[in-house]
Design a protein around this ligand. Structure first.
Ligand code: B1M
Length: 210
C-alpha cells in the first residue's frame, strides 16, 4: 500500500499526479484524513520549506510543490467537512497586505469548516481597508488574519487600528496566525488570540465564541 514517505517525496518533487494517486490510495486504505494531511502532505511541505531556506530550492519549485500539496488536500477535504453540521460561527479569513502565502490560511479554513464554521475566504494581499470592507459586507463573528513574512505581519496591527477608527473593533473577535507570529506579537497588535497551528485555531475560535 502507498505510504506517507512516498507521499512526502511526491510533494517535494511537485508531482501532483503522484500526490493525488497516493492520497487516494491512502484514503481507500482507511488512513485517517488528518494523518494524510499532517504526516504526508504538510510533512512534504516542511522539507520544501527547509530546502527553500537553505537555497536548495527556488520559488518556481516551491510553487509547484505547494500546488501538488493542494491537489492532495482537495481530495481529503470532503472527508473532514461535515456538511450537515449547524454553523458554529462565521469566520472571515485573509492573508495580510503584501503577503502571498495562503497555504496555512487555507488549512486553517479547512479545519474550521470541518468543525462546523462557515468560512469566508477573502484571499491574500488584503489591505486593512479591504478587511474593513469585508467585515462590513459579511458580518463575521471572527476575523482571522494570516501572515508569513516578518515585514507583512505588521499590517495586522494596522488593520486592528483601522477597525477601531471605523468603530467596528468590538463587533468582531480577531485572531492571528502564521509562522513568524507569537502570542506576544498578537497581544501587542491588539488581537483577541493567537493560534500556532490549524487545530489550535479551531480551539481558539471555540473559546472566543463560547
Ligand atoms: Co515564502 N517565505 N516567500 N513562498 N515561503 C517563507 C515564509 C520563508 C520563511 C522562507 C525562508 O526564507 N525560510 C520566508 C519568510 C522570511 C521572513 O519573513 N521571516 C519567505 C520568503 C522570504 C518569501 C519571498 C520574499 C521569497 C522571494 O520572492 N524572494 C516571497 C514573498 C512573496 C509575498 O508573499 N509577497 C515568497 C514566496 C513564496 C511562494 C509564492 C513561492 C510560496 C507561497 C505559495 C502559497 O502560499 N500559495 C512560498 C512558500 C510556500 C513558503 C514556505 C516554503 C512554506 C510556507 C507554507 O506554506 N508552509 C515558507 C518556509 C517555511 O514556512 N518553512 C516560506 C506550510 C503551511 C501549512 O504552514 O503557513 O506556517 P504555515 O501555516 C501553519 C501555521 O503557521 C498556522 O497554521 C498553519 C497550519 O498548521 N497558521 C495560522 C497559518 N495561518 C494562520 C492563521 C490563523 C491561525 C493559525 O488564524 C487566522
Amino acid at each position: 500500500m502507498a505510504n506517507f514517505e512516498e507521499l512526502t517525496k511526491s510533494v517535494i518533487s511537485g508531482n501532483a499526479t503522484k500526490v493525488k494517486e497516493i492520497t487516494k490510495a491512502l484514503i481507500d486504505g482507511g488512513v485517517a484524513p488528518l494523518d494524510i494531511i499532517n504526516q504526508g502532505l504538510i510533512a512534504g511541505m516542511s522539507v520544501v520549506g527547509a530546502r527553500f531556506k537553505n537555497g536548495e530550492m527556488f520559488v518556481p519549485e516551491v510553487l509547484v510543490a505547494a500546488r501538488s500539496m493542494t491537489a492532495g488536500i482537495e481530495l481529503v477535504k470532503p472527508l473532514i467537512a461535515d456538511q450537515n453540521m449547524p454553523s458554529a460561527g462565521k469566520v472571515l479569513l485573509g492573508t495580510v497586505k503584501g503577503d502571498l502565502h495562503d497555504i496555512g490560511k487555507n488549512l486553517v479554513g479547512m479545519m474550521l469548516e470541518s468543525r462546523g464554521y462557515t468560512i469566508i475566504n477573502a484571499g491574500m494581499d488584503i489591505s486593512p481597508e479591504k478587511f474593513v470592507q469585508e467585515i462590513r459586507a459579511h458580518k463575521p463573528d471572527v476575523l482571522g488574519m494570516c501572515a508569513l513574512l516578518t515585514t507583512t505581519m505588521l499590517h495586522m496591527k494596522d488593520t486592528i487600528e483601522l477597525m477601531k477608527e471605523e468603530g467596528i473593533r468590538d463587533q468582531v473577535k480577531v485572531i492571528v496566525g502564521g509562522a513568524p507570529l507569537s502570542q506576544d506579537f498578537a497581544d501587542e497588535a491588539g488581537a483577541d488570540g493567537y493560534a500556532q497551528d490549524a487545530a489550535s485555531a479551531v480551539d481558539l475560535c471555540n473559546r472566543l465564541l463560547a
